[in-house]
Ligand binder design. Structure first.
Ligand SMILES: Cc1cc2nc3c(=O)[nH]c(=O)nc-3n(C[C@H](O)[C@H](O)[C@H](O)COP(=O)(O)O)c2cc1C
Length: 247
């Protein structure tokens, strides 16, 4: 009676772990009762093992869209790999790699789809040197083989949203662009660093930006020459709030 109950439970679990355990027990018992059947038992155990793998593979993947398991893993690999790389190998970034990174501009979000974000790609050594000076002497801006400066044309934000567009959305939109460019670099095996400490007017002068085009950040890019320290973060517990903000 009890055994029937267990068997029913196993069936309702879709021949899951308990079902397979039950089968193993039966096979084992049969094996002890009939020594001559040892090789048959071995075959059944092997069959059972592959059946368990098949069932469990299915159970883990069945609620997720196709490829989402591997996609989720790629995402976390990139997030965990990212750090601000400030030292680069003496090795150029090929144009085809750069082109793949630049594809992210086709996927950027922006407030009201105003698309104020624009990028300036810099390989020229003199320009990189001037940018490094504008960035308060941060040398890796000049040492990286490649810099991308993210700027926002605030006219597009202002036209749609007035002052909030000009002073807030245009900056957020530019920051989003920068934050997508960096994982795109990691995805290509490169390192990148975001530089926000710079003199706006000096950057404007170097790149000949009109006043309405605001520099958001300089991203230095190259094959990374450092391992990078994983800086500790404030605890999740401390910075995540639910429903309302509390001290
Ligand atoms: C808005 C902003 C501005 C930043 N400006 C600079 C900068 O000018 N120079 C620099 O070396 N790092 C800069 N950083 C990088 C931060 O120092 C870095 O993200 C932080 O220390 C955490 O380190 P990690 O990103 O390597 O994990 C900036 C980051 C942000 C988000």
């Amino acid at each position: 009676m009890r055994r029937v109950g267990i068997r029913r439970l196993c069936t309702s679990l879709g021949e899951g772990f308990f079902g397979n355990l039950f089968k193993s027990f039966r096979i084992f018992r049969r094996g002890f009762c009939n020594l001559a059947g040892t090789s048959g038992m071995l075959t059944q155990v092997l069959k059972l093992r592959s059946e368990t793998r098949r069932v469990y593979g299915f159970l883990r993947a069945r609620d997720l869209p196709e490829d989402s398991l591997s996609a989720a893993m790629d995402f976390w690999q990139i997030v965990k790999k990212r750090f601000m790389c400030r030292s680069y190998l003496d090795r150029d970034v090929p144009n085809e790699v750069l082109d793949r990174i630049l594809e992210v501009v086709d996927h950027l979000p922006s407030a009201g789809h105003t698309q104020p974000q624009e990028l300036i790609v810099i390989r020229n050594q003199n320009t990189k040197e001037s940018l490094a000076l504008a960035a308060l002497g941060q040398r890796y801006v000049a040492e990286a083989p490649l810099d991308i400066v993210v700027v926002s044309d605030t006219r597009r934000s202002k036209q749609r949203y007035g002052r909030r567009g000009e002073e807030f959305y245009s900056i957020v939109d530019g920051a989003f662009a920068a934050m997508l460019l960096m994982p795109a670099c990691i995805n290509e095996g490169l390192g990148a660093a975001f530089v926000g400490a710079f003199d706006d007017e000096a950057v404007r002068a170097v790149l000949q930006l009109p006043n309405v085009v605001r520099p958001i950040g300089i991203i230095s890019i190259g094959y990374c020459a450092e391992k990078g320290d994983k800086l500790s973060r404030l605890s999740r517990h401390r910075i995540i709030h639910y429903e309302t903000w509390e001290e």
